[in-house]
Design a protein around this ligand. Sequence first.
Ligand code: BLA
Length: 665
Amino acid sequence: MTTPAIPVTAAEQTRLDNCSRELIRRPGLVQPHGVLLTALEDTWVVAQGSASCGSVLGIEAGELLGRPLADLLGPDTVDALSAVLSGSGGAANPVPVEVGGRRFDGIVHRVDGLVVLELEPELPAEDFATPPMVYAAVNRLAALRSREELWADAARELATLTGFDRVMIYHFHPDAHGQVVAEVRADDSMEPYLGLHYPASDIPAQARELYLAKLSRTIFSTADAPQPVLPESGPVLGEPLDLSYAELRAVSPHHLQFMRNMGQASTLSFSLIFNGELIGMITCAHRTPRRLPYTLRRGLEVFSNQVALQLSAMAEIARLTRDTELLALRTRLVGQFTSDDDTVQSLLHGPVTLLDLVPAAGAALCSDGILSTVGSTPEPDRIALLLERLRAGDHLPLATESFELEHPELAEIVPSVAGAVVVPFGGHGDYLAWFRPEITETTRWLGDQSESNRDSILSPRNSFSSWSASVSGRAEPWRGLDVAAVELGRDLDSAVMRQAEAALAHLGLHDALTGLPNRRLFIERLQRALSGDLRGGHVAVLFIDIDSFKAINDSQGHGGGDTVLQQIAERISSATRASDTLARFGGDEFVVLCENTGEHGARKTAERVLGALQHPLDIDGTPLRVTASVGVATATHLDTPDSLLGRADSAMYRAKRSGKDRVSD
Ligand code: BLA
């Protein structure tokens, strides 16, 4: 039910697809400022070498092939490299290497069944940030509490630690397009990119996947031509070497062109990863070639990891807080719904309303087939028609941010809104709906996104000046509130179900005509009263039978008898105490259980019952006189419900025989 915040154009989709196909992991090329050699795992005999050997080492790659690496580096260095590979004694990259009087950082790893050794010319340590500086920066970040602060401070710290003249932090949106969320520039002559968005194809899918596997990459110079690894195919797999984990991997020519167009000579970028997902990146860019020592780069990977972890913790906390708030609102709405018989009042006009849960211009509620609205919504007949179509098209529940784009056939039914969430509930065609109007969203892009700003569809943009594009026909995104709406629908479903169950349970123990307890409930209560502490003497039962009810019933015609019985029930009820239980046993038989009362009290209640029938009933304006015969029985400690009821019944018959309209015991 989620849609991208910014629609992807067809051209952008094509570019994304094509860019993603480039085989960037096995380019067969390395950057020329260093050297890459491969060696066989068991013998350390050189199998491949980059063409840069000549310029960097002063020895052509061809001269090294087939010779033991120890001939070039010396046996101690080879031992040190192999200790790194086995991890013995905690050995780690880089290994200091000297060739022909030149010093290098030696970086070794295993891939494709080969040992890969990269040599980067050593940089003077005193020109660069020290490990303690990196540790201190990591510690300063740990104190920050908001992601805006974290983004800004991390960029500032990295500008200091790297000396690169532009540092940017990118945040990836759910549709993979990116946004520059922090930026530090060396001087104001550099164009600001802060806040700008860029399309997903600037960093295509396979690049993101690679950046999950390797946390940093150096692109030293956009000017120098990459150098082939010779021979191109490795001796084990017979294909170009997998350079995914190599420091010197040459980058995509499309991206090199992108960098040149941006005026970047070098970049150093770091992955921001959480839960196996690339949530953003940090890019340090320089206008002239610049690179950092391997050890510092590793330190900055730890720094970036700290940024990613903190961003993730902040996002998790924000998510949990929001979930808790939404849950509280839902619970209150369901509480109102359950306690208020008026569904419209409870969901649309109560202390908490549907619009508190899902903010929108207006909301609609269809309850028992009756449509009510609050706020600004389409006309009720339009909403009803929309629902008809949604049901027919099997589109429920619906969440859309743009009818125009996602359901053009429905857009004309509700032209006044752009987005809607519609959730059925209760199982009888009832539903909840929220509506949002169209808003115009203006996105500031990094560079004109139109094709005129590219040489060809696969080319990067020529200009990167801020370029605004507006998108209309869309509502503000629901951002997960559509899910909260569906959950509310489910909550209401179960509330409706519980109410139905409660009503059924009530029916099982009550008389449908008068709502009074039925025989079953009465016997249960009598049983409890008789087995209670105050048993015998304190429990009494009145048996009430309406005199000549058959004649009354016959005279009242169809349904009239029911009205008479309902009115009699009310009269008798008014004569009993709140602690008494009045039940209807069916027909014209009513029974009262009097607890905590003696013979005298029970008899007084019986007299009050007769008194309550003194005034004629009012049956549709016609007075009707009714009388009753009442039998009273008080319990002894030997009584069961049956025996006590039996005596009350006999007493009632005595009252009838002695002339009706009286009490007997
Ligand atoms: C890689 N694209 C990248 C990288 C960044 C960007 C940061 C990672 C490599 C690096 O650190 O330089 C994008 N750089 C940006 C953005 C800014 C920036 C958005 O400075 C903003 C300020 N790129 C294109 C097109 C294609 C393309 C049209 O513009 C494909 C046809 C591809 N970009 C592309 C590829 C990579 C990439 C393939 C991977 C490069 C690699 O690691 O090999």
